[in-house]
Each structure stands twice: as C-alpha cells, then as structure tokens.
Design a protein around this ligand. Structure first.
Ligand code: LLP
Length: 435
C-alpha cells in the first residue's frame, strides 16, 4: 500500500515514519496521510493531460478530505479546488487558496453561500438548477460582479457503482436534464445574462468507477447536443468538466485503471467528437477526490476488547469505528488491514473488527486474516484517506481523531484530536439557554 513498508522492528512504516511511534505520540484513532503519495497521484493526472497536449485543470474534490494543510498542499501541487459548501469555501479562503482556482458545486447552494462565493470572486460556479441560476444573477447584479459558470447536466449515464454514489443517471437530484430541453433553456438564460459568463458544461457520473465507458458515453451524450446549441444559441463550450469518480483499490476485489487510462480515453473521445463537429477542442477539467487522497490515508486504531463465540466468530474491537469511517456501515465498503506493530508475522487467525459505537452495524471489517491479536496491538486500516475524516461524526460523543501528514521521516500534526471540552463547546446548560 503506497509508500508503506515494514521496518527492522517489524513495524509498519509510512513515509519513513514508524506507525507504532505515531500511535504512541498522537494517540489513536489516528489518520496518517502519506504526502508523497498524494503528490504522486496528482502528478499522474497532470502528466496524462500534458501527454495528450490539451488544456486542462485538475480540481481536487475537497469533500473527500478537507483541512487547511490539505488545501495548502493541493495548491502547491497546482491543483484547482472544488468546494461544495460555505464551510469548504471558508476553509479555502482561510488556507489562502487563490479564489480564481476555486469551483463551487452543489444542488442547493444557499443565498448566503452564493453571496460568499461572489464576494470572494470565486473562479467558477457550477450551476445546478434554475432556482440557482436566477438567484446567482440577482446576487451578481446586487454586487455588480460578473461570474464564470458551468452548467451541470445530468448525462443520463448509469455508472456501475453503489446506488448512493451514482449520480449520472437521468433520475438524479443533480443538474439540468438533457433530454427535456432544460439544458438548452439554461444556456439561453445564461447567455442573455450580463452577469454570467458561461464557460461550458459539467457532468459527473458517479464515484469509485473502474471503467472508462461511462466517461466516454457522457462525452458522446453531450456532443449529441452540440449542433443544437451551436445552431440555435451560437453556443460552443470552451470548457468540458467531466467530474471525478476514478476508482481506487481498497481490496483485491477492486481493479481500478491507472489514472492515465481514464484521462486518455476521455481526451481521445473529446478530440474525436470535436473534430467531427468541426470545433476547437475544449479545455478539459476533472475533479477527482478519492483517487487523489484515498490510498494515501491509513487509520491507526488501538485494539481493545475481544469476544470469541466458539466456532462462530472472533470479534476484536477498536477505539473508533463508524464515528471515523462511515463507509462500511453506509456502503458495505471493504478494507484491508494489518497489525502495525507486528506487520511481518504470519496471519493465522481470522477476526472481525468491530467499532466501539452502540450499533451492531458498526463493523469495520469482516473476516480479516491477522496474526494472533490482543489489546496490546495497533491495527492499521488502509485506504481510508477519502470520505473517512470528512464524514466523521460525534455519534456517541466520540471525539474526532487527529490527522497527521508524513513525509521523509517527519510527521506533521495537521488536525488536532477533538477534546471532550470541544464536544460541549457549543452546548448551553439549561440555566443559560437562550429563550
Ligand atoms: N465531482 C462531483 C460533482 C462529485 O459529486 C464528486 C463526488 C466528485 C467530483 C468526486 O468524486 P470522487 O473522485 O471522489 O469519486 N461518500 C462517498 C462518495 C460520495 C461522492 C460524492 N461526489 C463514499 O465514501 O464513497
């Protein structure tokens, strides 16, 4: 997994740092991000585009994992940033990300959020629906600003992934419907508006996708309408944003393609269709989240109690669970893990790893082969870098874990562990509660 290896003590090491030392120094649960691997993943996307010789932007879909340090890193790497809420936008502002590199998404952006984005002079707003189109025009008029937009369309493509993370199918809450002429109407309204500068079209088909077909079909779908848009509205998109969704390998059941494959097939079909339609090749934007940070993240847990049900199952419980990783409970997501402190021992036993939340569904991994394990051990769960910390919660009033970045033998604490005091910070005792 990534740059992780086993050191002479038999400990799992990430970015040249002993994870057992990390667990001791920072406590558990702990998210550990391998900075070199994030850089490598970004570089793979960027070089793939460069090899194809097209104009591009790679925007990090920050919903996968956001914090100041992460935004500083992605900015250093030359990535743009996709935010989906006032909170993510605020984090980007606090991290000094240049606003022209920020794109704003979401199917129900509030007036306050749109005002915040226009005030900040954000690089681009991906408009999702007519309500937002009207609202944005109004806000731009009030602030006397013009803003770049993309129109998000629903491409009507089924991505082969979990239903909850599939977004491109026609019956989806996201984007303007293509078939019914909504997109054309939205283009017309945008072009007529002095406040909006329509750059192009956006499509996102889903997440954790292992094939290129869905992306190719989405491009083909868009180009079916190019002539109509050009002839009726004199509109030719300068930008095509094809979203994110590139899969990663959580377990051996997953077979993602290298980043370059997705990019190559996307770019090829855009080039081919542009030629066919006698138009310039548009700029191609993508917005990967999971594939930039997913495999760079590892969660360290301390093992606590055990329960053996003779000839049925061995449970081992860890000091986190669905409070720091919702994905197994929500999507039946699967993970691989090792004992960080005895990473080179034979895996002769099979355990099921339970979280500590008061729910039977809080199981992180079923049937995990491990060496004989007990409460002295540290469990390292791989590939938790995307949608782990960002979906963490305080269920059972469990404080959220700390996060460290590691590189070249150094560790940097980028998010502190939440304290019990943090948990009651916003609470008001009844006597003081505002009536
Ligand atoms: N662009 C748009 C418009 C999106 O909706 C998403 C993800 C992305 C980009 C980034 O997709 P990625 O490259 O990360 O697959 N919580 C779920 C994933 C939800 C994805 C939501 N949208 C999970 O843990 O699997």
């Amino acid at each position: 997994h990534g740059s992780s290896q086993i050191n002479e003590l038999g400990h799992l090491e990430i970015g040249g740092v002993d994870t057992v030392t990390l667990a001791r120094d920072y406590g558990t649960p702990l998210f550990v991000y391998d900075m070199a691997l994030i850089k490598k993943r970004a570089y793979e996307f960027q070089t793939a585009f460069q090899e194809e010789g097209v104009s591009f932007q790679v925007a990090y879909a920050s919903k996968a994992f956001s914090c100041l340090a992460m935004f500083q890193l992605t900015n250093e790497l030359g990535l743009s940033l996709d935010v989906v809420s006032g909170g993510e936008l605020y984090t980007a502002i606090q991290a000094n990300v240049p606003m022209e590199k920020v794109h704003f998404h979401g199917n129900n952006k509030s007036r306050e959020e749109l005002e915040m984005a226009v005030t900040a002079e954000i690089g681009c707003i991906v408009v999702d629906n007519f309500y937002e189109l009207d609202l944005l025009q109004q806000i731009c008029r009030e602030q006397q600003k013009t803003i770049n937009i993309l129109l998000r369309i629903t491409p009507g493509v089924e991505a082969h992934t979990h239903d909850y993370i599939s977004t491109g199918q026609e019956d989806s809450k996201f984007g303007f419907d293509l078939e019914s002429g909504q997109v054309e109407q939205a283009i017309e309204q945008s072009l007529k508006s002095d406040e909006l500068s329509l750059l192009g079209i956006h499509s996102h088909i889903g997440s954790q996708i292992f094939e290129t077909t869905g992306f190719v079909m989405a491009v083909e779908k868009i180009y079916q309408y190019i002539n109509t848009w050009r002839n009726n509205l004199q509109f030719i998109p300068k930008v095509l944003n094809l979203g994110g969704g590139f899969g990663i390998r959580y377990t051996e059941e997953d077979a993602p393609l290298p980043a370059g494959h997705y990019i190559k097939s996307m770019v090829e079909v855009v080039k081919e269709k542009s030629l066919e339609h006698n138009m310039a090749v548009p700029e191609i934007w993508i917005e990967p989240g999971r594939s930039l940070v997913g495999d760079a993240g590892t969660t360290l847990y301390s093992i606590g109690s055990a329960k053996d049900i003779p000839s049925v199952r061995h449970y081992l419980s860890v000091d986190g669970g669905m409070s720091d990783n919702m994905r197994p409970a929500l999507y039946q997501a699967k993970y691989e893990a090792v004992l960080a402190n005895r990473a080179n021992e034979k895996t002769e036993n099979v355990y099921s790893i339970a979280g500590k939340c008061c729910e039977s569904g809080d199981m992180l991994i079923w049937d995990l082969p491990l060496p004989k394990a007990n409460h002295e051990d540290i469990l390292a769960v791989f590939c938790t870098g995307a949608y782990g910390y960002s979906m963490a919660n305080n269920y059972n009033r469990i404080p959220r874990p700390a996060v460290v970045f590691v590189e070249d033998g150094e560790a940097y604490l980028v998010i502190e562990r939440e304290s019990y005091a943090d948990l009651v910070k916003l609470d008001r005792p009844l006597a003081l509660a505002v009536k």
